[in-house]
Design a protein around this ligand. Structure first.
Ligand SMILES: NC(=O)c1ccc[n+]([C@@H]2O[C@H](COP(=O)([O-])OP(=O)(O)OC[C@H]3O[C@@H](n4cnc5c(N)ncnc54)[C@H](OP(=O)(O)O)[C@@H]3O)[C@@H](O)[C@H]2O)c1
Length: 246
């Protein structure tokens, strides 16, 4: 993989789970990284401390993905702090397993705000500040293309929406050499989807590989797409799901 050394990255939701692994990987590859969090301040600070021994710089910014002004401000802070923006990773996301009759309108609105509107705002703000040849990578879900079990209703809708958004924005930004892709994980062991939950066995039984992925599996793919080696991949929805959709 070619280097992303000295590139500037902005990652949403980097305090835990997949986002934390993405921040760690990009920093270890030499990028300067700003990441957001909402409630896990202690984990965010620990990650900054852990990575402070590297050559690259890392900052944590409290910013709710459901609040457009916070995202705009966090992205401006990133480009002012590091003098640039090359890589945007939309990772922050929330989900509730609930069927049509069970999901409240408030919950619907919150999922739409965090998972869809926040991604749109970050893409619009990030693209305006980004260098030509930059990268936009969004974490969707296999639930965006296939509903493998009941209860993915609104979460799956949100992930399908950002897959559509990704394709359109890839067309919009192609002339500037900015690639725009969506990475769609299957079951990855995190607080959102723990590998030791009761539900986990149902998922494992539907996967070709029969086991959960690790957060670093997703981070490695994101780092590849962010690197110069990923320059001809755009508008793509890439599954990383242990064969859930095989
Ligand atoms: N794990 C899976 O199996 C799986 C599968 C497919 C797709 N995904 C997707 O992968 C992404 C990461 O999931 P995960 O499993 O790592 O989830 P997670 O363990 O729940 O971690 C979520 C991260 O996002 C942050 N976050 C949540 N709401 C936020 C908000 N409103 N604004 C800013 N940051 C926010 C959290 O920070 P705070 O704690 O500070 O709030 C945390 O750092 C999500 O988009 C999810 O939909 C996950």
């Amino acid at each position: 993989m070619d280097s992303i050394k000295n590139k500037v990255a902005f990652v949403t939701g980097g305090s835990r789970g997949i986002g934390q692994a993405i921040v760690r990987k990009l920093v270890l590859e030499g990028a300067n990284v700003a990441f957001t969090y909402t409630s896990s301040e202690a984990s965010a600070n620990e990650l900054v401390k852990e990575l402070s021994t590297t050559e690259a710089k890392v900052i944590a910014i409290k910013a709710d993905n459901g609040d457009a002004d916070s995202i705009v401000s966090a992205i401006h802070t990133t480009s002012q702090t590091f003098g640039n923006l090359d890589i945007l990773v939309n990772n922050a996301g929330i989900g509730t397993i609930a069927t049509l009759s069970d999901i409240s309108i408030d919950n619907f609105d919150r999922i739409v705000a965090v998972n869809i509107k926040g991604v749109f705002v970050a893409m619009q703000t990030g693209a305006a500040l980004m260098n030509d040849g930059g990268r936009i990578i969004t974490i969707g879900s296999t639930a965006g293309s296939r509903s493998a079990y009941p209860g993915t209703t609104v979460y799956g809708m949100s992930k399908a929406a950002i897959a559509g958004l990704t394709r359109g924005v890839a067309r919009d930004l192609g002339p500037r050499g900015i690639t725009v892709n969506i990475v769609q994980p299957g079951p990855i062991d995190t607080d959102m989807n723990p590998a030791d939950s009761q539900f986990a066995n149902v998922l494992r039984s539907a996967m070709a590989l029969g086991h959960y992925g690790e957060t670093s599996d997703v981070a490695d793919l994101v780092a590849f797409l962010a690197s110069p080696s990923g320059k001809f991949i755009t508008g793509a929805s890439i599954n990383i799901d242990g064969g859930l959709e095989a």
